[in-house]
Design a protein around this ligand. Structure first.
Ligand SMILES: Cc1cc2nc3c(=O)[nH]c(=O)nc-3n(C[C@H](O)[C@H](O)[C@H](O)COP(=O)(O)OP(=O)(O)OC[C@H]3O[C@@H](n4cnc5c(N)ncnc54)[C@H](O)[C@@H]3O)c2cc1C
Length: 360
């Protein structure tokens, strides 16, 4: 089925779920991209072949796998024709089965813009503001992400919205971007002033967004993972959600802390009958520092201070996690062990080329 038969590059058709939808997949485009562009609520998260969320079954037709599916799918799934839609190029018309998600389907935007502002947030995190041309409807959700491409760097990079879309200035999108040592895009961004650079921006992607509920919210983030959580919290304030929330932000040292004023503003404007607690936890507090707050890994601190002491009723709680993959993996296990149902834990892992099967 996974053929490589030297077909000339051409468009093909994917018939979805026995004809519920028919999607044209342009030559070279992956199946997920075509499905999202057609407005389908195709589940997806990382779009780099690592999370498995976009899994589908190819019932008929030939495809080319861009990465080895066996990193993510097991032998039985592969035998049954399972494929990762984000890593699937068509070699013929296909018939596909996919369980559509409950996320509202939104039209994918492909916008052109320029980098209009770059602001230092910490020694290794910058705020990047992109101003896009033309008029467009902003029906993306806080927590989702955009794909950014610049001419100097091959391939697109994903960055989460750092503000609730309704809080953005007209045409603007803000992101928090951490410098990854040896990273192609981030080294480029940090090397010199890039204001004025032309950018292509595709959005919205991802299924990380606030799910309405009246239960406790437990949010955790590390590094630039502040972005998506902050955007979700801003949205909660705009919506005046009626629920308690705790947000634990993990950083190494005091010089890695940022957005304190924004968090205070969220606290002040949270629904007055409910609580919002913001806690910063430092994992590598420096000798001689005056830090008097909690220390250790954010997950260990949450366990000691909240789970072990039953200080928080997390029965029915929802977890919202964003940032580096190891922190998220640890937090998922912790929240599950504390009694939060797996399906109530939502997350966005900031995967980069080092964690993508086969690199970028
Ligand atoms: C859904 C999503 C949302 C994201 N949101 C954000 C965000 O809001 N903020 C943010 O800062 N980041 C975010 N990221 C991460 C971001 O997309 C980039 O991956 C990150 O900025 C690094 O890009 P880069 O080009 O600098 O590094 P890359 O060039 O991708 O390299 C990253 C690291 O991998 C190493 N490497 C390169 N090639 C290979 C290889 N073949 N094998 C092994 N190692 C390799 C590099 O040396 C470097 O250390 C997000 C990622 C995802 C998937």
């Amino acid at each position: 089925m996974f053929g490589l038969f030297g077909n000339k590059k051409k468009d093909f058709t994917a018939t979805i779920n026995g004809g519920e939808a028919t999607v044209t997949v342009k030559a070279g485009d992956n199946l997920l991209k075509a499905g999202l562009e057609a407005g389908l609520a195709w589940p997806h998260d990382c779009r780099v072949g690592s999370c498995g969320t976009c899994k589908c079954v190819i019932k008929k037709g030939k495809i080319k796998a861009l990465t080895d599916f066996s990193y993510v799918l097991d032998g039985d799934q592969l035998k049954a024709g399972a494929a990762l839609a984000c890593q699937t190029i068509l070699k013929s018309d296909v018939e596909v089965e996919v369980e559509m998600g409950d996320a509202p389907a939104t039209q994918l935007l492909q916008l052109e813009g320029v980098i209009s502002q770059i602001n230092d947030l910490t020694h290794d995190i910058k705020e990047l503001v992109i101003k896009c041309d033309g008029s467009f409807t902003r029906d993306m959700m806080a927590g989702q992400y955009a794909e950014i491409t610049v001419a100097d760097i091959k391939g697109a990079r994903s960055y989460s919205f750092a503000k609730a879309p309704r809080n953005e200035q007209d045409g603007e999108f803000s992101f928090y971007i951490r410098k990854v040592p040896g990273g192609e895009f981030t080294e480029w961004l940090f090397a010199q002033d890039r204001v004025g650079t032309k950018v292509n921006l595709g959005a919205p992607y991802g299924q990380f967004y606030h799910r309405s509920s009246s239960s406790q919210m437990v949010c955790m983030a590390g590094g630039s993972g502040m972005s998506a959580i902050k955007a979700i919290l801003e949205e909660c304030v705009l919506e005046q959600v009626e629920r308690n929330c705790i947000f634990l932000f993990g950083a190494q040292t005091e010089k890695d802390l940022y957005c304190d004023e924004e968090m205070q503003r969220i606290k002040q404007n949270w629904h007055k009958d409910y609580t919002f607690e913001y806690v910063t936890v430092l994992s590598a507090d420096e000798e001689g520092s005056s830090w008097a707050g909690p220390t250790g890994f954010v997950t260990d601190y949450f366990k000691q201070a909240y789970l072990d002491t039953s200080a928080l009723d997390i029965n029915e709680a929802q977890g919202y996690l964003c940032g580096p993959p190891p922190m998220i993996d640890a937090a998922i296990e912790l929240l599950k062990s504390g009694g939060i149902a797996e399906e109530s834990i939502y997350y966005d892992k900031f995967l980069d080329a080092s964690s993508i099967p086969g690199g970028r």
